[in-house]
Design a protein around this ligand. Structure first.
Ligand code: F6P
Length: 370
């Protein structure tokens, strides 16, 4: 029989996504309704590793008052970080070199000392991989899948994705009129890391004429041919959506900064390259819009807010039922629990035989193939 729970802690890790606060609220209230105390760890695990950084303390009590009125707010009241994985913590040595050290012992000691019985860890692949490692070291953990990129496996979708797609679609709607007025090519670069979910869903919904995703290395001659074809039909403008991780069939992915110890590589810049090349190939005016971090801001859509509230409540229910080492997942119409081991370190790419992609082809959208 798992030990009875009296106290739990919650943390948010990785890039922020709309819906984080809704998960925190639901978990804190579901915990309070069971008579449990709920705590929030600041900025990933920094609140435990560097408590001196926080005037209010690195771990704060999440009372009902503290989580009132936050479900609709973007960001996270706890703060977050996508640096400094505690299992491979980058430590600067006296000679200036960086050495990775495992600081998970400090986290486990903190939970034991403060008599906190379990952790709800809200994050993407990086955070859930850390959560899995902590579960294997004996901590009671339930993970919650967050990311605008929607690249986590074993869940129908992550929260944050719908908000990002809705915003990108709205931007595309606005770009049609200016592109048409100037007879231009507008290239819209969207986030998504190595997966093309945001580009595909927003591109189809927003009426793009070409969509370039990491799963299909692209050939710009094919895109230029589609643009010329449109011109020939009197439709003198085109919208092209490019995922930040998309790459040419014969070329490199666009990288802003190389990966370094404790931080993943940063993508970006492919939109400008594509616009320049398409301008040259077609002789048309081309402009680039990079949506970037705008995709992570704003209030969660109703879909994301509800998913996040369901995830937070389900994480607490799971702990109450004795679950550990699992992630709450959406399995329409319900939630389920899947082993963190089956999620950690895996990526969900856009399936090439999925009906969404096929819908795009049926609509005449170019994916830069051929
Ligand atoms: O994973 C979410 C995400 O927004 C990616 O789409 C993007 O590549 C990355 O985070 C950007 O990270 P940062 O906030 O460090 O620039």
């Amino acid at each position: 029989m798992p030990q009875t729970i009296r106290r739990i802690a919650i943390n948010t890790g990785g890039g922020d996504a709309p819906g984080l606060n809704a998960v925190i609220r639901a978990a804190a209230i579901a915990a309070a309704n069971r008579g449990w105390e709920c705590y929030g760890i600041r900025e990933g695990f920094n609140g435990i590793l560097f408590p001196e950084r926080y005037a209010e303390g690195g771990v704060i009590r999440l009372t009902r008052d503290r989580v009132r009125g936050i479900a609709h707010l973007g960001g996270t009241i706890l703060g977050t970080t996508n640096k400094g994985n505690p299992i491979h913590y980058p430590l600067r040595m006296p000679d200036g070199s960086i050495k990775e050290v495992d600081r998970s012992g400090e986290i486990l000691d903190f939970f034991a000392k403060k008599e906190i019985d379990a952790l709800i860890s809200i994050g993407g692949d990086g955070s859930l991989t850390i959560a899995n490692a902590l579960a294997q070291k004996g901590l009671r953990v339930v993970g919650v899948p967050k990311t605008i990129d929607n690249d986590l496996d074993k869940t129908n979708t992550t929260f944050g994705f719908d908000t990002a797609v809705s915003f990108a679609t709205d931007c595309l709607d606005r770009l049609h009129s200016t592109a048409e007025s100037h007879q231009r090519i507008m290239v819209v670069e969207v986030m998504g890391r190595y997966a093309g979910w945001i580009a595909l869903h927003a591109g189809i919904s927003g009426g793009a004429h070409a969509i370039l995703i990491p799963e299909i290395p692209f050939n710009l001659d094919a895109v230029a041919a589609r643009i010329r074809e449109r011109d020939g039909q009197g439709r003198m403008y085109s919208l092209v959506v490019v995922a930040e991780g998309a790459q040419p069939a014969h070329g490199q992915r666009a990288i802003v900064a190389q990966a370094e110890v404790g931080h993943a590589e940063r993508l970006g810049g492919i939109g400008e390259r594509v616009a320049k090349a398409l301008g040259e190939l077609t002789g048309k005016d081309a402009r680039t819009v990079v949506l970037g971090h705008l995709l992570r801001g704003g209030s969660p859509t109703t879909f994301d807010r509800l998913a996040a509230l369901r995830f937070g409540a389900a994480a607490v229910r799971g702990l109450d039922e004795g679950q550990s080492g699992v992630m709450v997942a959406l399995a329409f119409p319900n939630v389920k629990y899947v082993p963190l081991e089956e999620v950690a370190g895996r990526m969900k790419s856009v399936p090439l035989d999925g009906d969404t992609l096929i819908t795009g082809r049926d609509l005449g959208i170019s994916f830069g193939e051929g």
